[in-house]
Write a protein of this length. Structure first.
Length: 276
């Protein structure tokens, strides 16, 4: 019997193929990032225990994707805050509307559609000190936005969080502070900061909504390309400087982590397009 993870991976490959067609048609740049990029170069596909696909798009391409939603194929859509007020994040999800899953990130299971994550790759200040200030301003609003989502969409199983962040999240979990946070205001403020440095004119750029936070800021030249590499039974676009990027963020990314550090989304499957 095929495991849930493999079933989800197979279904996500279907979503990826549709996304690639859109990018090719509209000449949009995208890159495998994070664990997906590790999987490309360590496993020639998914990390075996990974159950999602993470992609990054330079901000100009990220913005264009939202403008062409009407041209998406039937059964696929873009989840963003403008379309769904309950989606309280500055990233997008490209979803298969025919799917249905339950995600267990916290104490309240979340019913949703199967997705791939689309993160904006934004420019960053070239000066090291100004880059530090820039990233701290972004993180301030990231923390605020997490407060109302602690019981549903914040992954409490994420072992990559720092000690301070884990302690703060644990404390906030038991204190009803969500009424104090204006999420719309925080999203707009963070969006303004993210957009303050143009991607194509910056010497540094990165996914500042990613897990590794400040470490995500890397020389923009590493984002040259993209270059296609094998991924399962297809191909996926990667940044030209993938080795430098992965080494900077993860160190020896070819080393298999111990079992206790392997992370998944804890997904229950109700319906998947690829199994019709």
């Amino acid at each position: 019997m095929t495991s849930n993870i493999k079933r989800v991976q197979n279904a996500q490959l279907v979503i990826l193929e549709e996304f690639k067609k859109i990018c090719k048609k509209h000449n949009l740049r995208y890159y495998a990032i994070g664990g997906t990029l590790i999987g490309v170069h360590r496993h020639k596909g998914f990390i075996p225990w990974d159950d999602d696909i993470d992609l990054g798009m330079p901000r100009p391409d990220f913005d264009k994707l939202k403008k062409i939603q009407d041209e998406f194929p039937n059964g696929f859509s873009l989840v963003c805050h403008e379309n769904f007020q309950e989606w309280q994040f500055n990233l997008y999800q490209f979803v298969d509307d025919t799917s249905e899953i339950i995600v267990h990130l916290n104490e309240k299971p979340r019913h949703c559609k199967l997705w791939i994550d689309i993160f904006p790759i934004d420019g960053m200040p070239g000066n090291k000190y100004m880059r530090w200030i820039h990233s701290k301003r972004i993180m301030f609003y990231r923390y605020l936005i997490q407060i109302p989502n602690l019981r549903t969409q914040v992954n409490v199983h994420n072992n990559s969080r720092g000690l301070v962040e884990r302690l703060v999240l644990k404390l906030l979990h038991y204190i009803p502070l969500s009424w104090m946070v204006n999420v719309d205001f925080c999203l707009k403020r963070m969006e303004t900061i993210l957009r303050s440095c143009e991607f194509d004119k910056s010497s540094y750029a990165g996914n500042m909504l990613g897990r590794k936070r400040e470490k995500e800021a890397v020389p923009r030249i590493w984002w040259n390309g993209p270059v296609d590499y094998p991924f399962e039974n297809t191909t996926i676009s990667c940044p030209h400087g993938y080795h430098e990027y992965l080494t900077h963020i993860y160190g020896d990314y070819m080393k298999i982590p111990p079992v206790e550090k392997r992370e998944s989304h804890y997904i229950d499957i109700i319906r998947l397009r690829s199994e019709y």
